[in-house]
Ligand binder design. Structure first.
Ligand code: ATP
Length: 510
């Protein structure tokens, strides 16, 4: 079965049943936008994070890892623009009272077409005559007519239109967009809503003690830029890296761990001379594709979206969204952005601390603010992409089976070890010995003696274990020529071969 046919329900059900991911606070009815990772989910996540850290940090000479506090001085979030601008446009359905994100509600193509026509008809055309003529014509999109009066009103507030807020956007929605819950077109006025979780630091709850849970890990790196320079004196280009939790009060968490309120990010802030940004951007773009390969994401399901001029953050000169074909459609997996010198400049201005860079031996007047390339990868969206693309249904031995075709480098269990029979102490003892030796050698290993071998294989297939090793009487020397050999079975083909115990480690590491 192709991955396209895999449904999100299948993934959610497998994840819960086999201990990858559970709904958060489940015995209390859950908490929307939160999930708890079980033993196999933790192992999978750790493998993803360790591989990322290896490829993005330790395999290189120019990277500095940090683990900054989640709570930060609120001034850091004022400087980065998050207090003022980290907002989502929201709208209430006046009929069913459900709240929705406007940018996810509208048909993006249609909305953009309207903005374009608004610009062409009312903002860029100088002549009153032309405007008058155009006003007579209704705007058309996909053969649906959009009342020119609506368009005209939208034009009066172009900024609100871009931000998806205000009474003009309300008119647009009332004309064209049905509520996905109740089907009515009775919308309130779309407004902005800050997505940061606010909290109070210390015993008093007043404006002076307000702080926020970080909405991205990047800030923790920018505020440590000077520390890294002072401790390590790195030469440009160099980068900082961090893996950690981020929190966003998403108004409509959805699609399992795709859009949640508490998630993990793996981020790099890579500092470059302004003239070198393109070279570094392309280099990180290549590293991100190499990482996608290493974790086993099929090339055909990973796509690049070059974010258009008008859609990027104002400080970004280039952004690529790495998108993935999830069971619910093509959606953002990771981001890569050229953030210019915006962050260091903003933190420098707000903190009054000089965050310029001067290379050893250069003159004081050569100080400048480095520019930044930021590869930003969400752990949870990565895990979901891995599960969705690995989920496979095929036929083996005349029976249908579902299994996870995980890359061995990230499989939570690398190998399972079975004694052929549970009630033969000599088999169990030998199997335990091999299991413990593999564990001590650092191989993620599981012992299973429950049920018949066929069932054990199915259980391991379902969690993506690449190999199963069985200890039988030949291992113990029933046929002397097979003494100290085991059978090793391949998850994808079901093929089995006999190998010497002494060759096991090498086989599993190849
Ligand atoms: P979206 O447009 O989907 O809300 P974004 O562009 O705001 O995402 P960024 O701010 O670029 O996301 O965050 C970097 C990465 O963090 C994303 O590419 C994604 O992998 C992850 N991420 C962001 N928001 C969430 C979330 N609510 N749940 C899970 N992962 C997230």
């Amino acid at each position: 079965m192709s991955t396209k046919e895999t449904t999100l329900e299948e993934i959610v059900s497998l994840a819960k049943r086999r201990g990858f991911v559970y709904p958060g606070s489940e015995i209390y009815g859950g908490l929307a936008g939160t999930f708890d990772y079980g033993p196999l989910g933790v192992a999978l996540k750790n493998n993803v994070k360790n591989l990322w850290w290896k490829m993005f940090v330790t395999d290189r000479e120019d990277m500095y890892g940090v683990d900054a506090a989640i709570l930060m001085n609120p001034k850091a979030w004022e400087a980065s623009g998050h207090v003022g601008g980290f907002t989502d446009p929201l709208v209430d359905c006046l009929s069913c009272k459900k709240r929705q994100r406007v940018d996810q509600l509208v048909d993006e193509k249609q909305y953009k077409e309207v903005i374009k026509q608004v610009r062409e008809r009312f903002l860029d055309t100088g002549s009153e005559d032309v405007k008058k003529q155009l006003e007579e014509k209704a705007v058309k999109y996909d053969d649906k007519e959009i009342d020119w009066l609506v368009i005209k009103e939208l034009a009066l507030k172009e900024v609100d239109l871009e931000n998806y807020v205000g009474p003009h956007v309300q008119k647009f929605l009332n004309k064209l967009v049905s509520c996905p819950v109740c089907g009515k077109k009775e919308w309130g006025v779309p407004r902005k809503f800050n997505m940061m979780f606010k909290t109070y630091v210390g015993a008093t709850e007043d404006e002076n003690s307000v702080s926020y849970l970080r909405p991205e890990t990047a800030g923790g790196m920018f505020v440590n830029f000077k520390n890294i320079i002072d401790s390590f004196h790195p030469k440009l280009p160099f980068g900082m890296a961090q893996i950690g939790k981020a929190f966003r009060n998403e108004i409509a968490p959805r699609d399992f761990v795709f859009r949640v309120r508490e998630f993990e990010q793996m981020e790099v802030e890579y500092f470059v001379r302004p003239a070198d940004w393109e070279k570094s951007f392309e280099e990180w773009q290549g590293t991100m594709h190499a990482f996608a390969d290493a974790i086993g994401l099929p090339k055909a399901q990973v796509h690049e979206l070059e974010v258009a001029d008008g859609d990027r953050a104002h400080y970004s000169k280039r952004t690529i969204d790495f998108e993935f074909d999830y069971p619910f459609g093509r959606k953002e997996l990771w981001g890569l952005a050229y953030r210019t010198d915006f962050d260091l400049k903003a933190h420098s201005e707000t903190s009054k601390v000089d965050l310029n860079y001067l290379e050893d031996g250069e003159k004081a007047e050569d100080r400048f603010t480095p520019h930044v390339i930021e590869p930003s990868l969400g752990v949870d969206r990565t895990v979901l992409a891995i599960l969705a693309s690995a989920y496979t249904v095929d036929e083996l031995g005349g029976e249908e089976r579902s299994y996870l075709k995980l890359a061995p480098a990230i499989a939570p269990v690398r190998v399972a070890v079975f004694p052929l029979l549970k009630n033969k102490p000599e088999l169990v003892a030998k199997a335990r010995e091999i299991y413990m030796d593999l564990k001590k050698a650092g191989v993620a290993c599981m012992f299973d003696d429950n049920g018949n071998i066929g069932k054990r294989y199915r259980r391991q297939d379902e969690i993506g274990t690449p190999h199963c090793v069985t200890i039988d009487f030949d291992t113990l020397g029933e046929h002397p020529e097979h003494k100290n050999t085991v059978t090793i079975r391949d998850r994808d083909t079901g093929a089995q071969e006999r190998i010497a115990i002494s060759e096991l480690l090498e086989k599993l590491r190849s």
